[in-house]
Write a protein that binds this ligand. Structure first.
Ligand code: CU
Length: 598
């Protein structure tokens, strides 16, 4: 799709005609290839096969990389630019207003243990796990870097427990930043939620902290630090938790199970791009990496037999990137998301995952050959003013000619309805159409951004997409830090913003929260909003009721949309509500909801 006005012309006009009225480009009726209609996170079934994919080295090429001069504490700072994309002339030579940070300053990566793949920690009620955040050596495209891992692993150990278990986790911080562990999506005891300043103090380097982690709901969860997520997560501190239902038929039978954690990393030819030390950089759009990773590796590989049904647990752990995942044309059945199964299983051609979201899908590989695990999105080329298909192959499923045993073809062909989920939701239906109890507007403020950035952004806003798929302007994004950009949750009723919002609701109440993502803000962008310690339903978007519900803890709020969330405020304590784009939270986008005990 082409924007009617040549963007370069518009840009030049904006940069050269100081004080002139900004040209206004018409707003295209663009719709990304996501399914923001119908089932949340799902693409409408087009029946078309997935597009032919390029390899990551094609699409994430460092070619076209430009030098932006000295940056971050005086070191040369080349910001990788997408191929064919020039740096903004007004930004050349500028550097972010922070000093630079990378893990393990002065540590020789070769002196560290090489990172290990994730192990499975099968634990039962009452068990104890030691979890140590530590420095590891990771090799990305032939270059060894000092990064982080839990117990030396990336992802960290996959914690697999029965529903209703409580385990003890002794967390040891052996990295060079303070840290904590947040148990994302769990309705656990507030004091173990891992949020510094609200439920505990930061664990300093060398320190330890003991968590009691309770698992009330079956599903797929993940753990990660709640201190400088913009650094600690992309450097490797994340892991999954799988909570098994006692119901043996909770899911359909499958031949294999696989947990996939999607991540991206921002690198130049031979260096990691440093982080802002005093506050996050890349504060506008979040740090969007140029190397896509599955379970910490640039190439995911799986072997299967012809006819195998594989259940994939998908988790997006990226700072900012939203994925749109498919499996080389293989049929995908979506069965569950963050905290429960869907009411009704459904066929989808792809799965959209915002940061922190999880989806459980079953995929049948019915014939021998190879299937590409693909991320396919419609990117905006901000410089040309065009939308273009961006397709990355993240890995391959190689299917042999030997036949699946057992053969689950028949079970796979059946779309189940989960009456237990509908029964669980039934008592909440009477609240679906009530007036909102709380209303939030998502917006932002900028102060002191470079003039070229401000001018560019005001034009860019004219053709925003409902979902921002990639970072098309890394140079200006890099320059923005939490000192220049403030992301805002604004309470419509009081005008209070972010941590000044001090909501109190009664335990046992059902809270309808309406969130509006203001398209007229300086930089409209989607926000994955996460509520700690509770569960919620996405009951409608833009007034259209959701007819296939699932319990969630994270909901993507597209640009210009109004989303109604129904929160089951069952768990007492002080709980964070925030955007899960790490840099947006680092630039203020969080509030506290107190659930007061009955
Ligand atoms: Cu955000």
């Amino acid at each position: 799709m082409r924007i009617p006005i040549a963007f370069a012309t518009v840009l030049c006009a904006a940069l050269t005609v100081a004080g002139a009225q900004q040209p206004v480009a018409p707003v295209p009726k663009n719709v990304p290839p996501s399914g923001m209609q119908g089932m949340p996170g799902m693409q409408a079934d087009t029946g078309k096969p997935a597009p032919v994919a390029k390899t990551p080295s094609d699409t994430n090429s460092m070619a076209g990389m430009q030098m932006s001069g000295m940056g971050h504490g005086g070191m040369a700072m080349p910001i990788p630019m997408p191929p064919g994309m020039p740096m903004m002339p007004g930004l050349v030579g500028l550097v972010p207003n922070v000093s630079s940070f990378l893990p393990g300053a002065g540590v020789d990566p070769m002196s560290l243990p090489a990172v290990k793949p994730s192990s499975v920690a099968r634990l039962k009620d009452g068990d104890t796990l030691d979890l140590t955040a530590m420095l590891v050596r990771r090799t990305v495209r032939g270059h060894a870097f000092v990064m982080y891992g839990f117990n030396g692993e990336v992802p960290g150990p996959l914690i697999r427990v029965p529903q209703n278990a409580t385990i003890t986790v002794r967390f040891h911080n052996r990295i060079d930043l303070p840290s904590t562990v947040h148990w994302h999506g769990l309705r656990l005891d507030n004091k173990y939620d891992g949020v510094p300043g609200i439920t505990q103090a930061e664990v300093p380097p060398g320190g330890s902290y003991v968590y009691k982690v309770h698992f009330p709901d079956a599903g797929v969860y993940w753990y990660h630090p709640h201190v400088r997520e913009d650094i600690e997560q992309p450097m490797g501190l994340f892991g999954n938790m799988l909570v098994d239902s006692p119901d043996r038929n909770y899911y359909s039978p499958v031949n294999q199970e696989q947990a996939l954690m999607f991540d991206d990393l921002l690198v130049n030819a031979d260096s990691l791009i440093p982080f802002g030390k005093e506050s996050p950089d890349f504060a506008l759009m979040g740090r969007v990496g140029n190397v896509l990773l599955v379970n910490g590796e640039t190439r995911y590989a799986l072997s299967a037999h012809a006819g195998d049904v594989v259940r994939f647990y998908l988790t997006n752990v990226a700072n900012s990137r939203t994925y749109n995942i498919s499996f080389g044309g293989a049929q995908i059945k979506v069965v569950a998301s963050d905290q429960s199964r869907f009411e009704h299983e459904a066929w989808v051609p792809s799965v959209v995952l915002a940061p922190a979201e999880r989806y459980v899908v079953e995929v049948r590989f019915d014939h021998p050959g190879s299937y590409a695990l693909v991320n396919a999105v419609q990117a905006i080329n901000h410089y040309k003013g065009e939308f273009e298909q961006e397709v990355d192959t993240l890995g391959t499923v190689t299917v042999s000619s030997s036949a699946a045993a057992p053969d689950y073809r028949r079970q796979f062909a059946t779309l189940r309805s989960n009456a237990a989920v509908s029964r669980d939701i039934a008592p909440y239906r009477k609240y679906f159409n009530k007036a909102p109890d709380k209303k939030l507007t998502l917006t932002m403020q900028s102060t002191a951004l470079p003039l070229a950035t401000v001018q560019f952004m005001s034009i860019d806003t004219a053709y925003f997409a409902p979902v921002e798929w990639v970072d098309g302007m890394p140079d200006m994004n890099w320059l923005s830090t939490a000192k220049e950009v403030r992301w805002i949750l604004r309470d419509d009723a009081t005008g209070k913003e972010n941590m000044d919002i001090d909501w109190h609701v009664r335990q046992g109440s059902v809270v309808k929260l309406r969130i509006f993502n203001d398209p007229k803000s300086f930089h409209p962008m989607q926000h994955p909003i996460h509520l700690h310690g509770q569960r919620m339903l996405v009951v409608s978007r833009d007034g259209v009721p959701n007819t296939n519900l699932v319990w969630k803890d994270t909901a993507l709020i597209p640009v210009g949309s109004t989303v109604d969330l129904l929160i089951d405020a069952s768990n007492p304590g002080a709980w964070l509500l925030h955007c899960h784009i790490a840099e947006h939270m680092g630039a203020g986008m969080m509030a506290v909801m107190h659930v007061d005990p009955r």
